[in-house]
Design a protein around this ligand. Structure first.
Ligand SMILES: [Zn+2]
Length: 91
């Protein structure tokens, strides 16, 4: 990514607050729905194409951060993580 030299990205931390990062987020999320998923998630891309999602779009460095921030895995693109998260709710 040569065009990213010197670029900064806004990511969401484990405390749910934004911070600047030199590294782009590995996961995308919906700030209002509190769902995170892959950047190429078909459900997220459809929602982005429809519009409305972009205003709530956030990014995370990794899965642990997203979960710590109170987000849950996307059932469409993160099936295994979603099942693990869902099973955890039963505790
Ligand atoms: Zn997804």
């Amino acid at each position: 990514m040569p065009e990213s030299a010197g670029r900064e990205y806004t990511l969401l931390g484990a405390d749910g607050r934004r911070y600047r990062s030199r590294t782009p987020g590995a996961l995308g999320g919906h700030r209002r729905l509190k769902i995170y998923g892959r950047l190429d998630c078909p459900a997220a891309l459809r929602a982005l194409a429809r519009g409305g999602y972009i205003a709530h779009r956030v990014f995370f460095a990794d899965e642990d951060t997203a979960i710590a921030a109170g987000y849950r895995p996307c059932a469409v693109c993160s099936r295994a993580a979603y099942r693990a998260w869902h099973a955890g709710l039963a505790d």
